[in-house]
Structure formats: structure tokens, C-alpha cells
Design a protein around this ligand. Structure first.
Ligand SMILES: Cc1ncc(COP(=O)(O)O)c(C=O)c1O
Length: 346
């Protein structure tokens, strides 16, 4: 089933490159990419728009690379021009590594395709952490010049957690072959050899999770990948317009808004922890808080995987009711009404 699963992974990534499924969460695939590709002293441009961009830059350094960070204001996402400016200034940049969807702030890079073109123009590899977005937004890996795409099972692919995905283009392999990978468990040439010679992984795979991912991909293809993504676009629009109709302020700038993580400022006087607890206990709806400094400032709604009209209506009405229970001024029913404008056609 392993080669069959990899064919499905290629289909969801829209790539002809080599792909592997690894027994690790998404962070393992990030480490696999960097420990194989980055050699001591290599320069890697990393836009940092939140926690996961910051971790990506740290990981470059852990493997001996030099991370050239582009600091982005929280709530915004990096632009292709910002990346080009650094490529232009620095010489011999090995790679541009970018988090496509910054889960900690609910922002998505809307110029990913352009960034890929620019990286190629300067001869740099394009590495994309698509962990929280693959299957939830557009990502044709080959068409957008992505050399290394990293994803995980548990987000928009709606499979259980515990396995991750990595793709490597021919250019990525060339970079890998410059030296010995700084890892045994994630030694990717070894994964390639085992696949080609035995159709196996080099180490014990988390088999139940491989089967689960296989089935999750079957479900997506039955629904149609394009339909699956379009449904997320629609439910995202429904969520955003519902929160605005409730009078809440959205965290992400409009040009950076994520379709898979909806980040919203808590209304004044409402404590995020208390709000989340009330929502969970009374209405059985779970939302996330913010990360780090945003912990008590925003809440985040996951719009990943099998989110349908039912989940949107339940979440929106439960949030409205919770805010009213806690004494906030919310026009009850307005959120659902706004969401329905989008959901009626689903
Ligand atoms: C963008 C991004 N990168 C990396 C990670 C880490 O993935 P994992 O928790 O699967 O190791 C996450 C997890 O939320 C993420 O959203």
C-alpha cells in the first residue's frame, strides 16, 4: 500500500517529484527537509510572520545554516518583493523557506506562486511549510516551483495526527547530495533507496496511520480536491462575514487572511480563556486561543478538513450565545444570518 499511498500524495500535491510519508508529526518533516538540504554556512531566507516562521528559522540554524529572517508584522504576511529584495542584496542564497499558512496568526502568503518564480529566477530552492494548509487552499507544487513541500496528516487532510509528508524536486536532491544528511531517522536518500528497491520505508512505519491517511485521501478525491478546497473558501467567507456582523474585529489584514484559521480579536472586557472554557463546556465547541503574546488577545477558529455548513452554523451561533452569556454586546442572530448568505449555496 505504500507506493499506492505515495501516488495519492503526489496527486494531492500535484507533483511528479519524489514524495515520502514519514512517521512523525509535521515538525519531523521540517527537520527532515532542513537536515538533508542545509549544510553548514548555507544562507536561507525565512519570512517570519509568527511562531511557525520563527521555528523554521531556528531549525535552519540548528542544522548549521544562516537564517536571513524577514520580520513581518503580526497579522500580515510576507510579499514576494520583500523576498526579492533580500535575494538581490545577498549573494549565493541556497533557499527561500516559507510558512504558507502561519497558523499562529491566521495568515496565508497570498503571493506564494510569485515567490516561487522569484526564487527560481535567483537559482534558490523554494521550501514551503504547508503543514496547516495542504488540502485547504491551492498548492499546485510543480506549477508554483515548490522544490520541497512539507505537510502533515492532521490538518486540512483530516486524517489522524502522527504522519507527515515531504516532496523533493530534482534540484532539492542536488542540494541533498552535497553532503551527508545530519540525521539518521530522516536520511532521505535512504528513504528513496528503500522505496525503489523494496517498496518499503527504512524504519518501522506507523502503519495504522498510513492506512488512515490513505483513506482520508480517498475521501478527498471522492469529493474532488477542487470541490474540497472551494468548500473551505466558502466556509471561510461565512466565518469572516459572521464575525464582522457580530461586530468583532478580525486579526489578519485582508490581503493575508487565511481560509483555514480564522483569527479574531476577543471583544473588549472578554477574557479569552474564560470565553473558550464557557464555549467548550456549555456549547461543546472548541476554539483555540492566541499564541505567545496573542494568548489573551485573539481566539482562532479551525476551518480545516470536513467543515460543512453544520459546523459553521453551530460554531457561529455558539460563539454569539457565549458572548451574550458573558455580558458582551452582541446582536444575537446577526452572525448566523451573515454566514447563511454564503452557506445557502453549499
Ligand atoms: C505551519 C505549521 N508548521 C509546523 C507545525 C508543527 O506541526 P506538528 O505539530 O504536526 O509537529 C504546525 C502545527 O500546527 C503548523 O501549523
Amino acid at each position: 500500500m505504500y507506493p499506492r499511498l505515495l501516488e495519492k500524495v503526489k496527486k494531492v500535491l500535484q507533483t511528479k517529484s519524489d514524495v515520502f510519508v514519514l512517521t512523525s508529526s509535521g515538525t519531523g518533516a521540517v527537520e527532515a527537509a532542513l537536515s538533508n538540504i542545509v549544510k553548514p554556512g548555507d544562507k536561507v531566507i525565512v519570512p517570519v510572520a509568527g511562531e511557525f516562521g520563527s521555528r523554521l528559522a531556528d531549525s535552519v540554524e540548528i542544522y548549521g545554516g544562516k537564517a536571513l529572517r524577514i520580520q513581518v508584522e503580526p497579522g500580515d504576511s510576507p510579499t514576494a518583493a520583500q523576498v526579492e529584495e533580500v535575494l538581490d542584496r545577498e549573494k549565493d542564497v541556497l533557499a527561500v523557506a516559507v510558512v504558507y499558512n502561519e497558523t499562529s496568526t491566521g495568515t496565508t502568503v497570498r503571493e506564494l506562486e510569485k515567490m516561487g518564480e522569484i526564487a527560481k529566477k535567483y537559482g534558490a530552492l523554494f521550501i514551503v511549510d504547508a503543514i496547516s494548509i495542504l488540502g485547504g487552499d491551492w498548492l499546485p507544487v510543480d506549477e508554483w516551483n515548490v522544490d520541497v513541500c512539507i505537510a502533515a496528516s492532521q490538518k486540512c487532510l483530516a486524517a489522524p495526527p502522527g504522519v507527515s509528508i515531504i516532496s523533493l524536486s530534482e534540484d532539492a536532491w542536488k542540494a541533498v547530495k552535497r553532503g551527508r544528511p545530519a540525521t539518521l531517522y530522516f536520511d532521505l536518500p535512504r528513504y528513496k533507496k528503500y522505496l525503489e528497491e523494496r517498496k518499503e520505508t527504512p524504519f518501522t512505519p506507523a502503519l495504522p496511520l498510513f492506512f488512515a491517511l490513505d483513506e482520508a485521501l480517498n475521501m478527498i478525491f471522492e469529493y474532488g480536491l477542487e470541490n474540497w478546497i472551494r468548500r473551505q473558501e466558502t466556509t471561510a467567507k461565512a466565518f469572516y462575514s459572521a464575525f464582522q456582523a457580530m461586530g468583532l474585529k478580525l486579526f489578519a489584514k485582508e490581503r493575508a487572511r487565511s481560509n483555514v484559521v480564522i483569527a479574531v480579536y476577543a471583544p473588549e472586557g472578554i477574557e479569552v480563556g474564560k470565553f473558550r472554557e464557557h464555549l467548550r463546556v456549555k456549547y461543546s465547541v472548541v476554539v483555540a486561543g492566541g499564541f505567545g503574546e496573542l494568548k489573551n488577545v485573539i481566539f482562532r477558529v479551525g476551518n480545516m478538513g470536513a467543515v460543512t455548513a453544520r459546523e459553521v452554523v453551530t460554531t457561529v451561533s455558539s460563539i454569539e450565545s457565549t458572548l451574550a452569556d458573558l455580558g458582551a454586546q452582541v446582536p444575537l442572530g446577526e452572525g448566523v444570518k451573515a454566514a447563511w448568505q454564503y452557506l445557502k449555496d453549499l
